[in-house]
Design a protein around this ligand. Structure first.
Ligand code: SAM
Length: 510
């Protein structure tokens, strides 16, 4: 039996999927290594009794079927996520396909880590995620001969005729599984950032924006299709009334594990406590400059003092791991790089620099204005010393994160601000010079109810029309599915085929 230990190539089906009984002892052996203080084996075993509609019913056998390349891609992704998240020294996963007798192992996970707590936690986390995300279906055959196909998460088989609501997960033609939905709640904003919107901006009429009820309905459908995290954005989300109410509803949706929000921070002082009470998990605050004049030149409005007050209020409200997003523009923001980094280290914020993308409202972007993440990193290294690559918190994340090599200083600052130590670092989101399309797991819903599969998509899928013409949840699900299927391999910036989208960032939702 081939195994999928982290040190072995594993692209083939044989690495993750087997048709014969799983050799669990060998799997466990495959993860043993000198750096491990604990090796853990988790197995899932086919149950003899399953809940039936009438009474409990004896299951005779189970048959597992998978979309094999996709199943392998998903298992590989989950394995890599577990390794990064729990700092495992090795990890291997095997799922069995075909007929599996009652009492036999259908899935086995082996993990090793320096300490047993991480090894256990990773194995448990993997088991749950595999159940929910791997495109592997099982057919339960009862003692009475009845056969029922069951997807571990969605409860249906994709080809089942008896199934009127097929809901395969949101997997595109390149095997990317979509678990993140960015929801824009408005195109309005209280700033006029040069890189985002035109000065002379015309906003959508309010009746064209989705209501909170409509947004929550779409989010529920999306959660049923595997969306696990939601980011609320805009325009500026805090200019829309009672956004905390929306948060309260979104965090309650079964399947949604994280709700976060991106804001320019101007209204955060007034709203931070409400957002926290509503259950918002995470906050990103955009701040490109600490110099007042430059702030105003970029934002074309004043407000730096309000952003700083908002950040203070967010900390006081109990938000942890606050991130600061700063757009880098050549000839404009170079002088802010070091002050921003020093400010974030002092305050215990994780800083991320974002490359300027061709999504500005005045169509004046040029590639000459792109100050690359690499250049920003060099400036930081020159002034603040070496940066060391940090573990990726989330395998789908676009940012490449670093910690400061003299992390003791940074960590003591973080402690003073009662932020977790790992929050203090610096990351680079480099969509122009280092596109991360191959690991993109994001979908978007614009404030006026259009699904998009990419920031640079030139097509949209009209959910508002479905919502406002009595459409069913199945129709919304199908629309989202169609949107995912049409996703291109990459955005193509810098290629002759690249076509700038008609909408600017504030109209899409960053
Ligand atoms: N108003 C909120 C804010 O400022 O965070 C949320 C919306 S804003 C569009 C989301 C993020 O997109 C911000 O961090 C902003 O800096 C970033 N952004 C906007 N236009 C951009 C562009 N052309 N290139 C790179 N990032 C951009």
């Amino acid at each position: 039996m081939a195994t999928s230990g982290t040190n072995t190539p594993h692209a083939s089906t044989a690495s993750f999927l087997v048709w014969e009984p799983i050799d669990t002892a060998r799997l466990l052996e495959s993860v043993a290594n000198d750096a491990a203080g604990a090796n853990v084996l988790f197995t899932g075993t086919t149950r003899g009794v399953t809940a039936g509609v009438l009474t409990s019913q004896i299951t005779k056998r189970l048959t597992y079927e998978a979309h094999e390349p996709l199943a392998c891609a998903v298992l590989a992704r989950l394995r890599d996520e577990a390794v990064a998240q729990y700092a495992l020294t090795a990890c291997a996963i095997i799922h069995r396909l075909g007929e599996v007798a009652v009492g036999e192992t259908s899935v086995a996970i082996a993990t090793s880590a320096p300490h047993r707590r991480e090894a256990f936690a990773a194995a448990e986390w993997l088991m749950e995620r595999i159940k929910r995300e791997a495109p592997i279906w099982k057919c339960e055959e009862g003692a009475d001969g009845d056969r029922t196909w069951v997807h571990p998460d969605t409860g249906v088989h994709p080809d089942s005729e008896s199934c009127s609501t097929p809901r395969p997960l949101l997997i595109d033609g390149f095997g990317r599984v979509h678990t993140d939905l960015r929801i824009s709640v408005t195109d309005r904003c209280n700033l006029r950032c040069t890189y985002c919107m035109p000065l002379d901006v015309a906003f959508k009429p309010r009746e064209e924006l989705l209501s909170y009820e409509e947004i929550v309905r779409v989010a529920r459908v999306a959660a049923g299709l595997g969306i696990r995290s939601i980011r609320i954005t805009g325009g500026e989300p805090l200019v829309r009334r009672e956004v905390a109410e929306l948060v309260r509803h979104l965090v309650d949706i079964p399947g949604i594990e994280e709700v976060s929000l991106t804001t320019n921070g101007l209204l955060l002082e007034e709203q931070a406590a409400d957002l926290r009470r509503a259950g918002l998990h995470r906050l990103n605050v955009s701040l490109d400059a600490l110099n007042e004049d430059l702030f105003e030149r970029i934002a074309r409005r004043q407000g730096l003092d309000r952003v700083l007050a908002g950040l203070k209020a967010a900390k006081a409200a109990g938000f942890r791991s606050i991130r600061i997003n700063a757009v880098s523009i050549r000839g404009l923001t170079e002088g802010e790089i070091v002050p921003l980094a020093q400010f974030c280290r002092r305050e215990g914020f994780h800083l991320r620099f974002i490359e300027f993308m061709p999504l500005d409202g005045e169509s004046s972007w040029s590639d000459g204005q792109v100050l690359s993440g690499r250049e920003v990193r060099d400036i930081l290294t020159r002034h603040l010393g070496p940066l060391v690559p940090a573990a990726r918190a989330d395998a789908g994340q676009p940012a490449i994160d670093y910690a400061y090599a003299d992390h003791d200083i940074a960590n003591s600052a973080a402690d003073a601000g009662r932020q977790p130590a790992q929050a203090v670092g610096v990351g680079f989101i480099d969509p122009v010079t280092q596109p991360f399309c191959e690991r993109c797991d994001r979908l978007r819903l614009t404030a006026d109810g259009q699904f998009r599969n990419c920031l640079f998509s030139t097509s949209e899928w009209d959910a508002r029309q479905v919502l406002r013409t009595g459409g069913s949840d199945d129709e919304i699900a199908r629309l989202l599915h169609d949107c995912v299927q049409a996703k291109r391999a990459a955005h193509g910036i810098g290629t002759p085929a690249f076509e700038r989208p008609a909408r600017a960032m504030y109209q899409i939702g960053g």
